[in-house]
Design a protein around this ligand. Structure first.
Ligand SMILES: [Zn+2]
Length: 388
């Protein structure tokens, strides 16, 4: 774990006192999958992430560190963004304010949509809430001028949509959902319309009707953890367990997509892009854990978004029926494949390669098969709770 002291190399803010309006260097998001970070804190998997934004979003750069820009989202909100994910925009002129315009709430064959028309592609943040299930969306640097929310009967998952101007320059939109299970949502700009696309609950909640994505962690030059008594590499075992799970789920009638099927190094951002294009009904990412303490062992499952927690607890409960100890269910986890809001997802750290008891099990093909069965049962249990 390493914490970087915030060393600001230069200040780019040129405050003009005359009109009380601060001017910033304008830029646009330009990364493949641009992530906003809360701050400069770091841990094993990078700093805490606020969420992805689409490309070409207008960003006001307030300051700079070695690798990150500080972005002023609104008067009271700042975030950090990797410099590689930003292109300076010398063509746009900073306006003193931007407005929200009309909203449209509608459905098509597959999804529900909330389309929010804006003056500019402005930065935003979203999150899930549960009991009751909602999606919250905040748009920054904007004033409300919405007097018109058209709502069409074609929606199937959206119950209600309303907004509040929660700060002078922040508008918060609440989307109440009909089902308690979150099935995911995606946010993209189409011109200056911010489109929230919401996934509907599946009509048939059976494993055999699912499209399951299985992600075998690591691969190629990315070896992952190594065994403690053998030289077993995590990348080989994630693929074996993924293949076993694929076969088992297919036997049960499910469709399966794999992020990798051979010993190749695909980075996690490319895996997310592949998955967002394929839109599985759920994602299971398989890894084996490792600790500097050889006594640490057990199974664990991980989520970032609270709406996806039920899948992760159902999987862990079934894995714990194997002769394995509980390492735990971990929330707010900072792993790239837990970051998508588009589909329910769970990271499964089956056991610890750094613990000799766990390692023995991991290497045993019978355990491999038992894990596949338990994951299948976990998915089944989860679907059962969704139906209730
Ligand atoms: Zn791993």
């Amino acid at each position: 774990m390493r914490f970087l002291a915030p060393i600001f190399l230069f200040s780019v803010v040129a405050a003009s006192a005359q009109n009380g309006k601060e001017s910033f260097i304008l830029a646009r998001s330009a990364g493949k999958l641009t992530m906003l970070s809360y701050g400069l804190g770091e841990d094993r998997l990078g700093g805490a992430k606020l969420g992805y934004i689409d490309t070409s979003v207008l960003l006001k750069i307030a300051d700079s560190t070695k690798d990150m820009y500080k972005v002023q989202l609104s008067k009271g909100h700042q975030v950090y963004i990797n410099k590689n994910d930003v292109r300076k925009d010398t063509n746009s002129i900073q306006h003193s304010f931007y407005l929200t315009n009309s909203f449209t709430v509608k459905g098509d064959q597959s999804y529900d949509y909330v389309n929010i028309s804006l003056d500019e592609k402005l930065p935003y943040k979203s999150w899930m809430e549960i009991n009751p299930s909602k999606i919250l969306l905040e748009i920054y640097g904007v004033q409300c001028n919405t007097n018109w929310i058209t709502q069409l009967k074609s929606v199937k998952e959206i119950k209600d949509v309303y907004f509040n101007q929660v700060e002078d320059d922040v508008v918060r939109i609440t989307i109440e959902l009909k089902h308690k299970q979150h099935w995911g949502y995606s946010l993209n700009y189409k011109n200056n319309v911010l489109s929230l696309r919401i996934r509907r609950q599946l009509p048939s909640l059976k494993v055999g009707n699912l499209l399951v994505a299985i992600d075998a962690g690591h691969g190629g030059s990315n070896l992952g953890a190594t065994g403690t008594t053998t030289i077993s590499q995590e990348k080989n075992y994630t693929l074996r367990y993924a293949n076993e799970l694929e076969q088992y789920l297919k036997q049960k009638g499910a469709s399966v997509i794999m992020t990798r099927t051979s010993d190749t190094n695909i980075n996690n951002v490319d895996r997310v892009l592949l998955l967002q294009a394929a839109m599985p009904d759920l994602l299971i990412s398989l890894h084996f854990n490792s600790s500097s303490n050889a006594n640490v062992k057990g199974a664990s499952t991980y989520y970032k978004h609270i709406g996806f927690r039920p899948l992760t607890t159902a999987l862990l409960n079934r894995l714990l029926q194997l002769d394995i100890s509980e390492f735990g269910n971990v929330g707010n986890f900072n792993f790239t494949l837990n970051a998508p809001t588009d589909f329910p997802n769970s990271l499964v750290e089956i056991a610890f390669l750094s613990n000799s008891d766990d390692e023995k099990k991991i290497l045993d093909p019978r355990f491999q098969n038992a894990v596949a069965k338990k994951i299948y049962k976990g998915i089944k249990d989860w679907l059962k709770t969704v139906r209730e």
